[in-house]
Design a protein around this ligand. Structure first.
Ligand code: SF4
Length: 358
């Protein structure tokens, strides 16, 4: 069952759990003895989105597109350069350390590498108990019962609580990581490539566990991944990032049925399909590598690799616009003037363009 068919999702009319507006994270590049700032890495460069309660928002793109940095800034593990982050209506962009500590209970992160994200010297039980001890939410028998309950919830045995991480498989370690993330009853979990390091056979089990937990606990996920098949399975909506910016944002089924941005179409055309006789979109092969985020190309950042680029793309940056209801994309082709320049099956109601944010 894909995410779109599941229940428990707040309606668009309800206040979102997370609102991110024009978020930027520019890392300074320092050089020389005096460590002078010689430039910046524009890791995240003006990203806006909302996340509803009970929703999974998939964030996809190549390595270096800024998706993991977005997750870390949202989690307040690193400070943004600009923009605002609101959680449950509260502006958490700049909050005092005491308040940030309280807010951290509401948002947790699951890391990519289940091998390095768990302390090898601690038993799995104490790893899961640690957040509750640090935040003082449970102790004594209540703490033990809570840890045992979390182990059962993520499909581990209570006997496993005494084992060290080395005794677990990759999938089991990720389950320990998920139990730890659940320990403080968060409302938001940033899942940063949570299955990328796992065998394909194990990936589906972990993704299905995350979906079951979402249904049971009403969790919201910011699900960061480069594997579109996984993102398709779990996400209600998907944001596609390229060089620090969002280039397309839509409901999952809309994005897969009719991707509008050439970059999204290239990503989708590269997904392997199990049936070789099945009809698929024409393969779009991208030329070259992702440019450096410290020197993003002028105009549309994607123009150096886009098979449909034309003169305007090299000088003018296309804004992210709502092309159809809830479906946003940033491409000059979608102005309705140059749609025919594309040889793929994209139809656009150029007159229906409107400004807006996902
Ligand atoms: Fe390609 Fe131009 Fe559209 Fe950018 S604006 S995606 S370069 S066609």
């Amino acid at each position: 069952m894909c995410a779109a068919n599941r229940t428990g999702l707040a309606t668009p009319a309800e206040a979102p759990l997370l609102e991110v507006k024009n978020l930027k994270k520019h890392f300074p590049i320092r050089k020389g003895l005096l460590r002078r700032v010689a430039g910046h890495v524009y890791a995240v460069d003006g990203v806006s989105f909302t996340l509803r309660r009970g929703e999974t928002l998939g964030v996809v793109g190549e390595s270096g597109c800024g998706k993991s940095t977005t997750g870390r800034v949202v989690m307040k593990l690193i400070d943004p350069t600009a923009g605002t982050i609101r959680l449950a209506g509260e502006d958490i962009t700049q909050v005092p350390p005491d308040r940030l500590r309280q807010i951290r209970r509401q948002m947790q992160i699951i890391f990519q590498d289940p091998y390095s994200s768990l302390d090898p010297r601690q038993s799995a039980g104490s790893i899961v108990a640690e957040p509750m001890i640090v935040h003082g939410t449970a102790r004594g028998q209540e703490l033990e019962d809570r840890v045992a309950d979390l182990f059962k919830r993520v499909g581990l045995r209570t006997d496993d609580m005494r084992k060290l991480p080395v005794a677990f498989s990759g999938g089991q370690r990720q389950r320990v990581g998920i139990a730890r993330a659940l320990a403080l009853n968060p409302s938001l979990i940033v899942c940063d490539e949570p299955v990328s390091a796992l065998d394909v056979s194990i990936q589906a089990q972990v993704v299905n566990l995350l979906m079951d937990l979402q249904d049971e606990l009403g969790l919201s996920y910011l699900f960061i991944a480069h594997d579109l098949a996984v993102v398709h399975h779990i996400s209600h909506r998907i944001a596609v990032m390229y060089l620090g910016r969002m280039v397309e944002f839509a409901e999952t089924e809309d994005l897969f049925a009719e991707p509008l941005h050439p970059y999204t179409r290239a990503l989708l055309s590269a997904i392997p399909i199990p049936d070789p006789t099945a009809r698929r979109a024409e393969r779009i092969v991208l030329a070259g590598d992702l440019p450096s985020p410290s020197k993003p190309p002028k105009g549309c950042h994607f123009h150096t690799r886009c098979p449909f680029a034309f003169d305007r793309c090299r000088v003018e940056d296309p804004p992210l616009r709502e092309i159809r209801r809830g479906h946003f994309a940033a491409c000059h082709l979608l102005d309705g003037q140059n749609v025919d320049a594309s040889n793929a099956a994209v139809t656009v109601a150029g007159s229906a363009l409107s400004e807006g944010e996902p």
